[in-house]
Design a protein around this ligand. Structure first.
Ligand code: DQA
Length: 151
């Protein structure tokens, strides 16, 4: 019997629409469109479907997580600055029964004190950070492994 191709949601939080021009010394020169195109190509190679979405608002991100249930098998999520502040996103991640993997382009441990705590990461299955766009690619591979092991 053939299995349906699993779909993964890649969810980008606030200010990530400005990737490529936003503080390139920290976040690099890759634009969001280029990053999404790379992830689409990786997903195709892995036999996954991928939907990429970006939102600046906390409520929009909560809605996107809720709406992922029944549509996507897992989520790769960069909550941006909400990582450090959002109980609502922590709760939304805990509330949905699909795996959410947190990613960050930068290594938060090398940065300001206010970035040292991740409220959202505590609700995720794991966190990958500090490898620029490759953090997302590694997360996609990890999610693929997990979905294969536990469909
Ligand atoms: C970020 C790190 C956050 O602290 C910051 O607010 C961002 C980007 C990262 O990908 O490195 O917007 O999530």
């Amino acid at each position: 019997m053939s299995r349906a191709i699993p779909s993964v949601l890649v969810l980008h939080g606030p200010n990530l629409n400005l990737l490529g021009t936003r503080e390139p010394d920290i976040y690099g020169a890759t634009t969001l469109a280029a990053l999404n195109a790379q992830l689409e190509s990786d997903a195709t190679e892995l036999g996954l479907r991928l939907h990429a979405q970006q939102a600046n608002g906390e409520g929009e991100l909560v809605d996107a997580l809720h709406n992922a249930v029944g549509t996507h098998a897992g989520v790769v999520f960069n909550p941006g600055a909400y990582t450090h502040t959002s109980v609502a996103l922590h709760d939304a991640i805990r509330a949905i029964e699909i795996p959410v993997l947190e990613v960050h382009l930068s290594n938060l441990y090398k940065r300001e004190d206010f970035r040292q705590r991740s409220l959202t990461g505590a609700a995720c299955i794991g966190v990958i950070m500090g490898f620029g766009p490759d953090a997302y690619r590694l997360a996609l591979h990890q999610l693929h492994r997990r979905l294969g092991a536990d469909p």
